[in-house]
Design a protein around this ligand. Sequence first.
Ligand SMILES: NC(=O)C1=CN([C@@H]2O[C@H](COP(=O)(O)OP(=O)(O)OC[C@H]3O[C@@H](n4cnc5c(N)ncnc54)[C@H](OP(=O)(O)O)[C@@H]3O)[C@@H](O)[C@H]2O)C=CC1
Ligand SMILES: O=C(O)CCC(=O)C(=O)O
Length: 436
Amino acid sequence: MAIDLLRLPTDSIVRPDKDRFLNEENPFEAMMSRFDRAAELLDLEPGIYKILRNPEKQLIVSVPVMMDNGDVEVFTGYRVLYNTSRGPAKGGIRFDLNVTLEEVKALAAWMTWKCAVVNLPFGGAKGGVICDPLSMSVGELERVTRRYTKGIISLLGPDTDVPAPDVNTNERVMAWLMDTYSMHVGRTENAVTTGKPVEMGGSLGRKEATGRGCMLVTKEALTHLGMDLNGATIAVQGFGNVGSIAARLMAQQGAKVIGISDRAGAFYNAKGIDIDAAIKHVQQHRSLEGFTGGDAIDAEELLTLEVDVLVPAALENVITTKNAPRIRAKVICEGANGPTTAAADPILDEKGIFVIPDILANAGGVTVSYFEWVQDRMGYFWSEAIVNERLGDIMTRSFGDVLQLSKQHRVNMRTAAYMLSISRVATVHRLRGIYA
Ligand SMILES: NC(=O)C1=CN([C@@H]2O[C@H](COP(=O)(O)OP(=O)(O)OC[C@H]3O[C@@H](n4cnc5c(N)ncnc54)[C@H](OP(=O)(O)O)[C@@H]3O)[C@@H](O)[C@H]2O)C=CC1
Ligand SMILES: O=C(O)CCC(=O)C(=O)O
């Protein structure tokens, strides 16, 4: 994969001052330090460097909601559009008590690089509401969703900003968002969001897409390393949409998933966990609590199990300078966004661990979101076989592009993925002349 070297003349080579960051676990810092490294290797001109270090739009909204007990609560919501040079902003919405603006900015930037690494005609965005969805009734969740949607409605639209599910949101939340937007514009507009129920314009295969993408790139990585997914041992942190589906699809390929976890606990079974039984348990009990298909182990121990592949598929900052020296996996497939801190990267490199970076590993979700948006706009829907075939093509080709670049520049897969995506976004800025 040749980097497009189309460049405009540069007036200065002085880099702007670096931001002052808080600590290893600031997700925006984690994103920015990888960005800086790739920008330096690409010799990115200062104008575009400055543009790409700043989000285009950051919206903070108050979300007043009548709770079931009659009290009014006011939640805080965010939507950040990081960069839209390549197309409408795209990215999920999370409901979580730990949501911060720094986190949403980082996640929006990662969406920008992710869409570019798999070459989708989208920019990047992310949204979040600080709330505890697990303690809320369905009615309260619906009111939070609708009021938050109203708060950010000036950004939304099939041509401007297209949300999707993320942590603690799902197709039901997307249905409420689509309905609120449709009432606002006075017509049914299903392309305003993706990850919807199939009955109202969702795509077949979207629910499984992120986990499927993880399985596909893991297979590619193992082949590259002379190994095979069939028979490989796997540990998966996080057993929600991404983690459970990745585990199930890897097991279907003959892998042995020996460790799984969610917030309720971690479980180990040397013979291989019955993933269908674990998924059924979570459907019935909402979490892995009480799961009997494995021995309970320490949550931290799961990350340091001796396995062929570790799949962190929960949240940011779980692989840090503290535990990276003890990680024994040969491959890490980053199902979550930002699971590894920037400071932990060199430790993993030194240990020879092959990391499939988040912006590539979990790009299957947004790829099928793209397919959903295309199908909604065409009003013509594809079979699941076609969706999966096209997803397979994109994930395999993108893995190959990043691998080739990593060999060419003798950098790890993360730096190569950032180089590829930043060069694609920068090329569009140059062609559009935005920075002139
Ligand atoms: N959904 C998608 O299509 C995509 C998601 N991602 C990323 O993947 C990650 C997971 O998202 P998704 O699966 O959708 O989210 P879900 O809400 O469906 O699942 C999150 C899972 O992580 C678990 N979890 C949370 N905290 C911990 C912890 N400290 N230790 C172990 N497990 C934990 C949750 O457990 P519990 O249920 O007990 O709370 C749950 O099992 C996020 O980083 C997200 O941004 C990336 C690309 C696309
Ligand atoms: O499907 C999408 O549009 C985005 C999913 C997402 O939020 C992500 O990839 O992190």
